[in-house]
Write a protein of this length. Structure first.
Length: 402
């Protein structure tokens, strides 16, 4: 896929946006591309692969990711590319399945046709180890298992669960129920870590309840929560599953002081799911859309200009993918006129203040893979379910807010 071709379709109306999207965390200038024989690098292009979950369980949350990548790469290409080369990519759907993920990753890398990968998926199985052996740069949705690999980059590899616990407690929660979509071993392991963190700040946590749409009864889940006496809820679920559960919770007159979900920060979901999700809080690991500011304005303008198919730019995973694409652009710029995989990895690891042009708090890419993200924001679906509001601009694991 070659990016930027949708730009012409926007005509004169798009021209007024150019001034608003002229910079992000880096704005590499156009230059004559040097001859280079690195994988995926030609005189005029750098070829990347994009892997995300376009189908499969939980894929709705990732649906906007490709638009976010298009927006940032389109912006880079409009500015002349990186050292004179346009960024192009081929994309693959891993169906949120580890075996398919491994298959499509190797398909993209076959024949040295791809320089590196941008990934928005949780389905990595053995792929990280294989990619490390091949020294392939990967930027994307970080998982704790990435931390041991020098070639795997993210803005965070895990967020501190203690911060979630403090938010629950500060919001009036004392006894926490946990609901998950399905019952995968990896998710259950993560929940054990969260339960321990919640207990460390004085919360009581009940047994985990598994729920699957069209299989389990949301009314039964509400009954289980009521019987356990919880006054707070954490959903490791799809947004759709949590909406069904919250509807049943209200029908059962179970008054929860607070509910936290890890997905659902998406304006496009509110017309259908908003009323059921009213009052639900979501951690935001980037500057909340509602906070506004120059960085958010640049992002929105780039989405309109280069990803017009995304009628609603304020989507959690569109922003995540935009940031990952921005990080890849930064790495290519630092790698020089003839980027090599080694050069990219070493240069990007040396960045100590990466902030995606003001979209995230500065992180040290040399050290962030060994520690959790301790400070982040929380947004909340408003009481009418028609929009989001910033509940906490910043909360840290140690309880500070500044």
């Amino acid at each position: 896929m070659r990016l930027g071709r949708t730009t012409r379709l926007l005509g004169v109306a798009a021209a007024v946006l150019v001034a608003a999207v002229t910079s992000c965390s880096s704005a590499p200038g156009a230059a004559s591309a040097a001859a280079c024989d690195s994988p995926g690098v030609t005189p005029g292009e750098v070829n990347l692969g994009l892997v995300y979950s376009d189908s499969g369980v939980g894929s709705a949350a990732f649906a906007s990711a490709r638009a976010g990548a298009d927006a940032r790469f389109g912006l880079a290409n409009e500015e002349g590319g990186v050292h004179g080369r346009k960024i192009v990519y081929q994309w693959r759907d891993d169906a949120n399945d580890p075996s398919q993920n491994a298959r499509v990753v190797q398909e993209l890398l076959r024949g040295d046709s791809t320089f590196g990968l941008v990934t928005i998926t949780t389905a990595f199985g053995s792929a990280p180890a294989d990619l490390a052996k091949q020294n392939v740069p990967v930027v994307g949705f970080g998982l704790p298992t990435w931390a041991e690999y020098q070639n795997m980059f993210s803005t965070m590899y895990q967020a501190s669960p203690v911060t979630i616990g403090r938010y629950l407690r500060d919001s009036g929660g004392s006894k926490v129920g946990v609901v998950i979509t399905g019952s995968s071993a990896s998710t259950l392991d993560v929940i054990k870590m969260y339960k321990s963190a919640f207990e460390s700040v004085g919360l009581t946590v009940t047994d985990t309840i598994s729920y699957a749409h069209s299989v389990d009864s949301p009314a039964h889940v509400a009954q289980q929560l009521a019987a356990s006496g919880v006054n707070a809820l954490v959903g490791f679920t799809t947004t759709e599953d949590l909406a069904e559960i919250m509807g049943a919770v209200r029908t059962a007159n179970l008054n929860l002081a607070t509910t936290v979900s890890f997905t659902g920060y998406d304006q496009g979901l509110l017309p259908t799911l908003g009323p059921a999700l009213a009052g639900v809080s979501i951690p935001a690991y980037f500057r909340p859309f509602e906070a506004g500011g120059a960085a958010i304005n640049r992002y929105r303008a780039a989405m309109v200009r280069y990803a017009p198919e995304a009628t609603q730019p304020d989507q959690q995973f569109a922003m995540n993918a935009y940031i990952y694409a921005d990080m890849f652009v930064r790495g290519l710029d630092l790698a020089g006129d003839c980027p090599t995989r080694d050069g990219f990895i070493n240069a990007l690891r040396s960045v100590s203040d990466y902030d995606a042009g003001g979209l995230i708090e500065p992180v040290d890419l040399a050290t962030n893979r060994t520690g959790a993200l301790n400070c982040y924001a929380f947004v909340q679906v408003n009481p009418t379910g028609t929009g989001f509001q910033v509940a906490r601009p910043r909360l840290c694991a140690d309880g500070t807010t500044g």
